[in-house]
Design a protein around this ligand. Sequence first.
Ligand code: TXA
Ligand code: MG
Length: 323
Amino acid sequence: MKTILTNKISQAAAFIKKGEVCAFPTETVWGLGANAYDEKAVRRIFKAKGRPGDNPLIVHISSKKDIKVLASDITDTAKKIIKQFFPGPVTVILKKNEIVPDIVTAGLDTIAIRMPSLKLTRDFIKSCGVPVAAPSANISGSPSPTSFIHVLQDFEGKIPCLLIGPDAKYGLESTVIDCTVEPAVVLRPGVVTIEELRKIDKRINLAIKTAKVKSPGQKYRHYAPSAQVRIISDFKLSYWTPLEQFADSKAKAYIGLKNLPKKYHGKFVRYYVAGNIEDYARKLFAFFRMCDSMGIKTIYAGTVPEKGIGTAIMNRLRKTLTL
Ligand code: TXA
Ligand code: MG
Protein backbone atom coordinates (compact mmCIF):
# COMPACT_ATOMS: atom_id res chain seq x y z
CA MET A 1 0.00 0.00 0.00
CA LYS A 2 1.26 3.46 -0.86
CA THR A 3 0.94 6.06 1.88
CA ILE A 4 -0.15 9.38 0.40
CA LEU A 5 1.25 12.41 2.20
CA THR A 6 -0.88 15.46 1.68
CA ASN A 7 -1.38 18.92 3.09
CA LYS A 8 -4.82 19.18 1.48
CA ILE A 9 -7.55 18.74 4.05
CA SER A 10 -10.15 17.70 1.48
CA GLN A 11 -7.88 14.99 0.07
CA ALA A 12 -7.26 13.54 3.55
CA ALA A 13 -10.94 13.79 4.52
CA ALA A 14 -11.92 11.85 1.38
CA PHE A 15 -10.19 8.78 2.86
CA ILE A 16 -12.26 9.02 6.04
CA LYS A 17 -15.43 9.48 3.98
CA LYS A 18 -14.80 6.30 2.01
CA GLY A 19 -14.19 4.19 5.12
CA GLU A 20 -10.39 4.27 5.15
CA VAL A 21 -8.06 5.42 7.92
CA CYS A 22 -6.01 8.60 7.81
CA ALA A 23 -3.36 9.96 10.19
CA PHE A 24 -3.69 13.61 11.22
CA PRO A 25 -1.92 16.13 13.44
CA THR A 26 -3.25 17.56 16.69
CA GLU A 27 -1.77 19.85 19.33
CA THR A 28 -1.04 16.86 21.61
CA VAL A 29 0.16 13.96 19.46
CA TRP A 30 -0.72 12.60 15.99
CA GLY A 31 -3.94 10.58 15.67
CA LEU A 32 -4.91 7.68 13.40
CA GLY A 33 -8.51 8.39 12.47
CA ALA A 34 -11.56 6.74 10.99
CA ASN A 35 -15.28 7.56 10.72
CA ALA A 36 -16.56 6.97 14.27
CA TYR A 37 -19.91 5.76 12.92
CA ASP A 38 -18.36 3.15 10.60
CA GLU A 39 -17.58 -0.06 12.43
CA LYS A 40 -15.55 -1.52 9.57
CA ALA A 41 -13.42 1.60 9.25
CA VAL A 42 -12.75 1.69 13.01
CA ARG A 43 -11.73 -1.97 12.91
CA ARG A 44 -8.98 -0.93 10.45
CA ILE A 45 -7.47 1.32 13.14
CA PHE A 46 -7.20 -1.55 15.64
CA LYS A 47 -5.66 -3.75 12.95
CA ALA A 48 -3.10 -1.18 11.77
CA LYS A 49 -1.98 -0.37 15.33
CA GLY A 50 -2.10 -3.90 16.69
CA ARG A 51 -4.28 -2.43 19.40
CA PRO A 52 -6.09 -4.74 21.85
CA GLY A 53 -9.83 -4.68 21.20
CA ASP A 54 -10.60 -3.88 24.85
CA ASN A 55 -8.89 -0.48 24.68
CA PRO A 56 -11.43 2.19 23.64
CA LEU A 57 -10.77 5.12 21.29
CA ILE A 58 -11.29 8.86 21.69
CA VAL A 59 -13.91 10.43 19.40
CA HIS A 60 -12.72 13.75 17.98
CA ILE A 61 -15.19 16.51 17.14
CA SER A 62 -15.00 19.88 15.41
CA SER A 63 -17.94 21.54 17.15
CA LYS A 64 -19.33 21.44 20.68
CA LYS A 65 -22.74 20.71 19.13
CA ASP A 66 -21.57 17.18 18.40
CA ILE A 67 -21.29 16.35 22.11
CA LYS A 68 -24.98 15.80 22.69
CA VAL A 69 -25.25 13.66 19.56
CA LEU A 70 -22.60 11.31 20.95
CA ALA A 71 -23.28 11.44 24.70
CA SER A 72 -25.92 12.01 27.34
CA ASP A 73 -26.12 12.76 31.07
CA ILE A 74 -23.67 15.62 30.70
CA THR A 75 -22.86 16.52 34.30
CA ASP A 76 -22.31 20.05 35.59
CA THR A 77 -18.59 19.36 36.01
CA ALA A 78 -18.41 18.10 32.41
CA LYS A 79 -20.22 21.23 31.23
CA LYS A 80 -17.74 23.44 33.04
CA ILE A 81 -14.73 21.52 31.74
CA ILE A 82 -16.09 21.69 28.19
CA LYS A 83 -16.82 25.40 28.53
CA GLN A 84 -13.35 26.20 29.80
CA PHE A 85 -11.10 23.72 28.00
CA PHE A 86 -12.79 22.76 24.69
CA PRO A 87 -11.22 23.09 22.21
CA GLY A 88 -7.99 21.94 23.86
CA PRO A 89 -5.77 19.08 25.04
CA VAL A 90 -8.41 17.45 27.21
CA THR A 91 -10.78 14.48 26.82
CA VAL A 92 -14.01 13.97 28.77
CA ILE A 93 -15.61 10.60 29.43
CA LEU A 94 -19.41 10.68 29.31
CA LYS A 95 -22.33 8.29 29.00
CA LYS A 96 -22.42 7.02 25.42
CA ASN A 97 -25.38 7.28 23.04
CA GLU A 98 -26.64 4.38 20.89
CA ILE A 99 -25.38 5.99 17.69
CA VAL A 100 -21.75 5.16 18.60
CA PRO A 101 -20.76 1.62 17.56
CA ASP A 102 -19.50 -0.62 20.37
CA ILE A 103 -16.13 -1.15 18.70
CA VAL A 104 -15.23 2.52 19.31
CA THR A 105 -15.77 2.28 23.06
CA ALA A 106 -14.61 -1.34 23.35
CA GLY A 107 -18.08 -2.30 24.54
CA LEU A 108 -18.14 0.25 27.39
CA ASP A 109 -21.28 2.31 27.95
CA THR A 110 -19.13 5.44 28.13
CA ILE A 111 -17.42 7.48 25.43
CA ALA A 112 -14.27 9.62 25.38
CA ILE A 113 -14.75 12.94 23.53
CA ARG A 114 -12.13 15.51 22.54
CA MET A 115 -12.22 18.72 20.51
CA PRO A 116 -8.65 19.56 19.44
CA SER A 117 -7.42 23.15 19.60
CA LEU A 118 -5.28 22.92 16.44
CA LYS A 119 -7.47 24.62 13.84
CA LEU A 120 -6.12 22.37 11.08
CA THR A 121 -7.46 19.35 13.00
CA ARG A 122 -10.89 20.88 13.46
CA ASP A 123 -11.05 21.84 9.77
CA PHE A 124 -10.11 18.27 8.87
CA ILE A 125 -12.81 16.78 11.12
CA LYS A 126 -15.35 19.24 9.75
CA SER A 127 -14.42 18.29 6.22
CA CYS A 128 -14.89 14.59 7.12
CA GLY A 129 -18.50 15.42 8.01
CA VAL A 130 -18.49 12.87 10.87
CA PRO A 131 -16.81 12.57 14.27
CA VAL A 132 -13.39 10.96 13.91
CA ALA A 133 -12.44 8.07 16.22
CA ALA A 134 -8.69 8.06 16.76
CA PRO A 135 -6.03 6.70 19.06
CA SER A 136 -2.48 8.05 18.92
CA ALA A 137 -0.88 7.19 15.55
CA ASN A 138 1.80 4.82 16.82
CA ILE A 139 2.15 1.06 16.77
CA SER A 140 0.69 -0.11 20.11
CA GLY A 141 3.26 0.20 22.86
CA SER A 142 5.68 2.55 21.10
CA PRO A 143 6.02 6.26 21.98
CA SER A 144 3.25 8.52 20.67
CA PRO A 145 4.14 10.46 17.50
CA THR A 146 4.79 14.17 17.84
CA SER A 147 5.85 14.75 14.22
CA PHE A 148 4.64 13.28 10.92
CA ILE A 149 8.05 11.63 10.55
CA HIS A 150 7.20 9.45 13.58
CA VAL A 151 3.92 8.40 11.98
CA LEU A 152 5.80 7.35 8.86
CA GLN A 153 8.32 5.40 10.97
CA ASP A 154 5.44 3.26 12.24
CA PHE A 155 2.97 3.25 9.34
CA GLU A 156 4.63 3.92 5.99
CA GLY A 157 3.03 1.51 3.52
CA LYS A 158 0.49 0.39 6.13
CA ILE A 159 -2.01 3.27 5.98
CA PRO A 160 -3.36 4.98 2.86
CA CYS A 161 -3.05 8.63 3.92
CA LEU A 162 -1.31 11.06 6.26
CA LEU A 163 -2.31 14.70 6.59
CA ILE A 164 0.85 16.76 7.05
CA GLY A 165 0.88 19.36 9.81
CA PRO A 166 3.06 21.09 12.37
CA ASP A 167 4.98 19.30 15.12
CA ALA A 168 2.81 18.79 18.19
CA LYS A 169 2.64 21.89 20.36
CA TYR A 170 2.38 19.93 23.64
CA GLY A 171 3.84 16.50 22.84
CA LEU A 172 1.92 14.56 25.51
CA GLU A 173 -1.51 12.99 25.06
CA SER A 174 -4.60 14.80 26.33
CA THR A 175 -5.71 14.85 29.95
CA VAL A 176 -8.51 12.23 30.25
CA ILE A 177 -11.23 12.99 32.81
CA ASP A 178 -13.99 10.59 33.73
CA CYS A 179 -17.06 12.76 34.22
CA THR A 180 -19.44 9.83 34.72
CA VAL A 181 -18.47 9.64 38.39
CA GLU A 182 -18.89 12.15 41.22
CA PRO A 183 -16.45 13.74 41.78
CA ALA A 184 -14.89 13.50 38.31
CA VAL A 185 -11.54 11.74 38.26
CA VAL A 186 -8.44 12.17 36.08
CA LEU A 187 -7.58 8.87 34.40
CA ARG A 188 -4.58 10.22 32.47
CA PRO A 189 -2.78 13.44 33.46
CA GLY A 190 -1.81 15.87 30.71
CA VAL A 191 -1.04 19.51 30.05
CA VAL A 192 -4.46 20.57 31.29
CA THR A 193 -3.39 20.11 34.88
CA ILE A 194 -5.16 18.72 37.93
CA GLU A 195 -4.56 22.07 39.63
CA GLU A 196 -6.49 23.83 36.84
CA LEU A 197 -9.29 21.25 37.00
CA ARG A 198 -9.56 21.70 40.76
CA LYS A 199 -10.63 25.27 40.13
CA ILE A 200 -13.79 23.73 38.65
CA ASP A 201 -14.26 21.14 41.40
CA LYS A 202 -11.71 21.04 44.19
CA ARG A 203 -12.37 17.34 44.79
CA ILE A 204 -10.95 16.33 41.39
CA ASN A 205 -8.02 13.98 41.79
CA LEU A 206 -5.81 11.58 39.88
CA ALA A 207 -7.34 8.10 39.75
CA ILE A 208 -5.59 5.81 42.14
CA LYS A 209 -4.92 2.29 41.02
CA THR A 210 -7.87 0.15 41.93
CA ALA A 211 -8.44 -3.53 41.21
CA LYS A 212 -10.82 -2.59 38.42
CA VAL A 213 -8.97 -0.74 35.68
CA LYS A 214 -11.14 2.24 34.88
CA SER A 215 -9.33 3.41 31.75
CA PRO A 216 -8.43 0.23 29.89
CA GLY A 217 -5.46 1.91 28.19
CA GLN A 218 -3.81 2.43 31.54
CA LYS A 219 -3.13 -1.26 32.04
CA TYR A 220 -0.89 -1.57 28.99
CA ARG A 221 2.76 -0.63 28.83
CA HIS A 222 2.74 2.59 26.89
CA TYR A 223 4.94 5.29 25.50
CA ALA A 224 7.93 3.03 25.79
CA PRO A 225 11.07 3.12 23.69
CA SER A 226 12.97 -0.12 23.04
CA ALA A 227 15.75 1.30 25.19
CA GLN A 228 15.51 0.79 28.91
CA VAL A 229 14.43 3.93 30.72
CA ARG A 230 15.90 4.74 34.12
CA ILE A 231 14.44 7.53 36.11
CA ILE A 232 17.06 9.54 37.96
CA SER A 233 16.51 11.84 40.83
CA ASP A 234 19.11 14.28 42.14
CA PHE A 235 21.75 12.71 39.92
CA LYS A 236 21.13 9.26 41.34
CA LEU A 237 19.43 6.35 39.64
CA SER A 238 16.12 5.24 40.99
CA TYR A 239 16.76 2.76 43.79
CA TRP A 240 19.75 4.96 44.50
CA THR A 241 22.25 3.10 42.40
CA PRO A 242 25.14 5.42 41.67
CA LEU A 243 25.35 6.61 38.09
CA GLU A 244 29.00 5.52 37.87
CA GLN A 245 27.98 1.89 37.95
CA PHE A 246 26.69 2.23 34.40
CA ALA A 247 29.70 4.06 33.07
CA ASP A 248 30.96 1.10 31.04
CA SER A 249 28.42 1.13 28.24
CA LYS A 250 28.53 3.96 25.72
CA ALA A 251 25.00 3.46 24.51
CA LYS A 252 23.36 5.93 26.87
CA ALA A 253 21.34 9.10 26.66
CA TYR A 254 20.07 11.69 29.12
CA ILE A 255 17.01 13.92 29.07
CA GLY A 256 15.94 16.08 31.97
CA LEU A 257 15.51 19.55 33.36
CA LYS A 258 18.79 19.60 35.24
CA ASN A 259 22.26 19.85 33.84
CA LEU A 260 24.22 16.90 35.28
CA PRO A 261 27.64 17.49 36.81
CA LYS A 262 30.19 18.03 34.04
CA LYS A 263 32.08 14.81 34.71
CA TYR A 264 29.08 12.83 33.47
CA HIS A 265 28.56 14.64 30.16
CA GLY A 266 30.98 12.51 28.16
CA LYS A 267 29.19 9.34 29.25
CA PHE A 268 26.16 10.06 27.08
CA VAL A 269 25.78 9.68 23.34
CA ARG A 270 22.85 12.07 23.44
CA TYR A 271 22.39 14.63 26.18
CA TYR A 272 19.43 16.97 26.35
CA VAL A 273 18.69 19.52 29.05
CA ALA A 274 15.18 20.84 28.55
CA GLY A 275 14.70 24.59 28.80
CA ASN A 276 11.58 24.27 30.95
CA ILE A 277 8.86 21.81 31.87
CA GLU A 278 6.85 22.47 28.68
CA ASP A 279 9.94 21.81 26.58
CA TYR A 280 10.60 18.54 28.45
CA ALA A 281 7.02 17.42 27.75
CA ARG A 282 7.21 18.45 24.11
CA LYS A 283 10.49 16.64 23.40
CA LEU A 284 10.17 13.49 25.52
CA PHE A 285 8.60 11.11 22.99
CA ALA A 286 10.69 12.43 20.09
CA PHE A 287 13.79 11.87 22.25
CA PHE A 288 12.74 8.27 22.95
CA ARG A 289 12.29 7.64 19.23
CA MET A 290 15.61 9.24 18.33
CA CYS A 291 17.40 7.08 20.91
CA ASP A 292 15.80 3.94 19.49
CA SER A 293 16.82 4.82 15.95
CA MET A 294 20.40 5.25 17.18
CA GLY A 295 20.46 1.92 19.01
CA ILE A 296 20.83 3.56 22.42
CA LYS A 297 20.33 0.96 25.14
CA THR A 298 19.64 3.05 28.21
CA ILE A 299 17.89 6.38 28.56
CA TYR A 300 18.31 8.25 31.84
CA ALA A 301 15.39 10.60 32.42
CA GLY A 302 15.45 13.19 35.18
CA THR A 303 12.56 13.47 37.61
CA VAL A 304 10.49 16.64 37.90
CA PRO A 305 8.29 17.81 40.77
CA GLU A 306 4.86 16.15 40.62
CA LYS A 307 2.81 19.27 40.05
CA GLY A 308 1.36 20.90 36.96
CA ILE A 309 2.67 19.33 33.77
CA GLY A 310 5.26 17.52 35.92
CA THR A 311 2.51 15.09 36.99
CA ALA A 312 1.99 14.11 33.34
CA ILE A 313 5.72 13.74 32.64
CA MET A 314 6.25 11.49 35.68
CA ASN A 315 3.18 9.45 34.68
CA ARG A 316 4.63 8.82 31.21
CA LEU A 317 8.11 8.04 32.55
CA ARG A 318 6.74 5.50 35.01
CA LYS A 319 4.72 3.84 32.28
CA THR A 320 7.90 3.03 30.41
CA LEU A 321 8.99 0.95 33.41
CA THR A 322 6.04 -1.36 33.93
CA LEU A 323 5.94 -4.34 31.65
O1 TXA B 1 -4.17 13.58 22.91
C1 TXA B 1 -4.80 12.53 22.75
O2 TXA B 1 -5.65 12.13 23.55
C2 TXA B 1 -4.49 11.72 21.47
C3 TXA B 1 -4.92 12.54 20.25
C4 TXA B 1 -4.80 11.77 18.95
O3 TXA B 1 -6.22 13.01 20.44
N1 TXA B 1 -5.17 10.46 21.51
C5 TXA B 1 -4.79 9.43 22.32
O4 TXA B 1 -5.54 8.29 22.17
O5 TXA B 1 -3.87 9.52 23.10
P1 TXA B 1 -5.14 6.89 22.83
O6 TXA B 1 -6.10 5.92 22.25
O7 TXA B 1 -3.72 6.61 22.59
O8 TXA B 1 -5.47 7.06 24.34
C6 TXA B 1 -6.81 7.17 24.77
C7 TXA B 1 -6.93 6.81 26.22
C8 TXA B 1 -6.66 5.35 26.48
O9 TXA B 1 -5.94 5.22 27.69
C9 TXA B 1 -8.06 4.76 26.60
O10 TXA B 1 -8.10 3.59 27.39
C10 TXA B 1 -8.81 5.91 27.26
O11 TXA B 1 -8.26 7.07 26.66
N2 TXA B 1 -10.25 5.84 26.99
C11 TXA B 1 -10.89 5.95 25.80
N3 TXA B 1 -12.22 5.78 25.95
C12 TXA B 1 -12.44 5.56 27.27
C13 TXA B 1 -13.60 5.31 28.06
N4 TXA B 1 -14.81 5.24 27.51
N5 TXA B 1 -13.43 5.14 29.39
C14 TXA B 1 -12.21 5.21 29.96
N6 TXA B 1 -11.07 5.44 29.26
C15 TXA B 1 -11.19 5.61 27.93
MG1 MG C 1 -1.87 5.89 22.62
